[in-house]
Design a protein around this ligand. Structure first.
Ligand code: TYM
Length: 342
């Protein structure tokens, strides 16, 4: 049975990259799949988080999900720490995965920086918890941006090693020849990697110190327009063909953003704007961004005014998520040979 799972960290500013690379696809998949969308608060604390700010951010990501069009009644929205299966399965996966696999993750290398010895152990084990998020529900499809591809490959490696290491026990317990599915990443659309507005070679990121590098979902119309006006570009006009965007990362990024926000292809956008200067294209892009993001930001602010309601959405989602994960985790424990209360 197909099942979608994905997660977003409640750390810092949700931005256009998170929205176009992930959340838009979360919304679309609701039509065709059963979906579980998780605010991964346990992943967030792999680097230091101020406690009050963390609680606020968990609610803000939840508000963004709902404001963008995720239905928390038909589908499941919750925060990770409320369902203990994530932590329990992550421990088992810590014992399946190899340290070498973790050391090779580019996100770990980026986030740990030079002083690897001083990174939290959780930061190293991060992908193992991510595999647990997905496999606690035996999810088959995971919509993400391009930067999560390596983590999803590791999820498949962990699933496969578990299936191999425990093959005999899996069969003996009546689970056939594979316990976990090999999850498919869904990295689709024209916006799988949105770049910084200040540097077309760096991805747009929550942690970039310059707020001008990204458009936040909570930015008002004026902030959105200013950031697009100030976005770095080259001096040439827009090309007529997508080939002409090669070697022009900033132009390529802005055209990609326009395409993703409008639902057009990049070529369609160039058919419309090819030959024009950025001084003409940028205001059109700003208007489009305000039109698409303005209502989401406004709805987020409305939802954030009632934190009790958001907490209720999360509690309700957590109960339903737990009901799916619990029997799967029981199966894992039986396969591993643990003894559990029956
Ligand atoms: P996170 O919180 O960094 O980002 C959330 C989603 O946004 C995508 N994204 C982008 N897409 C396009 N362009 C960008 N500049 C950009 N920046 C971020 C990310 O690819 C992601 O889809 N490890 C995950 C969270 C996670 C998860 C999971 C995801 C934890 N468990 C299980 C899927 C399944 C992360 O840090 O995403």
């Amino acid at each position: 049975q197909p099942r979608v799972f994905s997660g977003v960290q409640p750390t810092g500013n949700l931005h256009l990259g998170n929205y176009l690379g992930a959340i838009v696809n979360f919304v679309a998949l609701q039509q065709s799949h059963d979906c579980i969308y998780c605010v991964v608060d346990m992943h967030a604390i792999t680097v230091w988080q101020d406690p009050k700010e963390l609680s606020r951010q968990i609610r803000e990501v939840t508000a963004a999900f709902v404001a963008a069009g995720i239905d928390p009644v038909k589908h499941i929205v919750f925060n990770q720490s409320q369902v203990s299966a994530h932590a329990e399965l992550a421990w088992i996966f810590n014992c399946v995965a190899r340290i070498g696999w973790m050391n090779r993750m580019t996100q770990f290398k980026d986030k740990a920086g030079k002083d690897k010895e001083n990174a939290s152990l959780g930061l190293l084990a991060y992908p193992s918890l991510m595999a647990a998020d997905i496999l606690a529900y035996k999810a088959t499809h995971v919509p993400v941006g391009e930067d999560q591809k390596q983590h999803l490959e590791l999820t498949r490696d962990i699933a496969q090693k578990f299936n191999n290491d425990y093959a005999e026990s899996i069969a003996e317990h009546g689970f056939g020849d594979a316990f976990f599915p090999l999850t498919e990443p869904l990295i689709t659309g024209p916006a799988t990697r949105i770049m910084s507005l200040r540097d077309g070679t760096k991805k747009m990121s929550k942690s970039d110190p310059s707020d001008y590098s990204r458009i936040n979902l909570t930015d008002d119309a004026e902030a959105i327009a200013t950031k697009i006006r100030k976005a770095k570009t080259d001096a040439d006009a827009l090309p007529g063909e997508t080939d002409g965007l090669k070697g022009r990362p900033e132009a390529d990024n802005l055209v990609g953003i326009y395409a993703a926000l409008s639902g057009l292809s990049k070529q369609d956008v160039l058919n419309q704007f090819g030959g024009q200067q950025f001084s003409a294209f940028k205001p059109a892009l700003a208007d489009l961004a305000v039109e698409k993001l303005g209502p989401i930001g406004a709805e987020m602010r409305r939802l954030m005014a009632d934190p009790g309601h958001i907490d209720q959405i999360l509690a309700n989602g957590a109960l339903r998520a737990d009901a799916i994960a619990r029997p799967i985790l029981d199966g894992v424990k039986d396969v591993v040979g643990f003894i559990r209360r029956k």
